[in-house]
Design a protein around this ligand. Structure first.
Ligand SMILES: Nc1ncnc2c1ncn2[C@@H]1O[C@H](COP(=O)(O)OP(=O)(O)O)[C@@H](O)[C@H]1O
Ligand SMILES: [Mg+2]
Length: 266
């Protein structure tokens, strides 16, 4: 076992909603700087896992530590999230959308920044717009942006809070393949430049293999056909990607096919 202190440490973590067991017995350690990609059939609890990391959901059992401390019971600036459907404000310009992210992180009670503080904040906003390639769109409104640009905006909004952990929930699922490739390059650049720890859910296994340093498969190890909600998913594959090859991709693919076959029809 590595002596390096993990950034994230889950021990026997479970999550239930009423009598529905979504996740069970999650045991894992993630070091700062890892890029974890998460795959698994629809409904197996991937978003729930991210929400626990974010702090909008709490584990029902077990221990979940962030930097040695119990995960905060609320979202904090150290964790930022990007969803598939863009989460920006339609009535604000690109620049103001990113500024709002900062205002909220800095002064959630006071809201707006004024004067010198606002000027400093705007310089920071412009830095992040440049980092995601949106400088020329800074005065446009979200409805004037393509899907890829909207996701760039959502990423800038998350990153301006300078989170250590970036959570991405199928962020490129709605984008065309060509645009996705650009987004992959952007994400890899940001991950390295800002030394982020990334957790990214994807339904595209190839994307998961390409981007991650580590890939997790979420799946049930126990099934009850009479009561499918009785057992939860856990991490059934944990692959260090630097060391793996194509044969692992095939193995994961067939395991996902198998669990789709077993899953009750949605
Ligand atoms: N707030 C909630 N209350 C009750 N059940 C929920 C809630 N959120 C998620 N679930 C259930 O948890 C399961 C996992 O959902 P989710 O984490 O969204 O899966 P995934 O992201 O892998 O598709 C689903 O069966 C879903 O219905
Ligand atoms: Mg989901």
């Amino acid at each position: 076992m590595s002596l390096e202190k993990p950034l994230i440490h889950f021990r026997r973590v479970g999550k239930e909603y009423g009598s529905t067991v979504v996740l069970e017995n999650i045991n894992t350690r993630v070091k700062a700087g890892e890029f974890v990609t998460l795959v698994g059939t629809s409904g197996c609890g991937k978003s729930t896992f991210l929400k626990m990391l974010l702090g909008t959901e709490q584990p029902s059992s077990g221990s979940a530590l962030f930097d040695g401390q119990p995960l905060a019971q609320e979202p904090g600036p150290d964790r930022g999230i990007v969803f598939q459907k863009y989460s920006v404000f339609p009535h604000l310009s690109v620049r103001d959308n990113v500024l709002v992210g900062l205002e909220f992180a800095r002064s959630p009670w006071l809201g707006r920044l004024f004067g010198g503080a606002r000027q400093t904040a705007l310089a920071e906003v412009d830095h992040w717009l440049e980092a995601v390639g949106l400088t020329r769109a800074s005065h446009q409104y979200p409805h004037e942006l393509s899907g890829g640009m909207q996701q760039r905006l959502a990423i800038a909004q998350a990153l301006i809070k300078r989170p250590r952990v970036l959570l991405l929930d199928e962020p490129f699922g709605a984008l065309d393949p060509g645009i996705r490739k650009d987004m992959h390059q952007l994400l890899l650049k940001l991950w390295q430049e800002y030394q982020l720890t990334v957790f990214m859910v994807t339904h595209d296994l190839t994307e998961g293999f390409y981007l991650g340093t580590r890939l997790w498969v979420f799946d049930k190890t126990r099934h009850d056909t009479q009561a499918p909600e009785r057992f939860g998913s856990t991490i059934t594959f944990d692959l260090p990607l630097e060391k793996t090859g194509r044969s692992d991709l095939v193995a994961v693919e067939s395991s996902l096919d198998e669990s789709r076959r077993l899953a009750p029809a949605a």
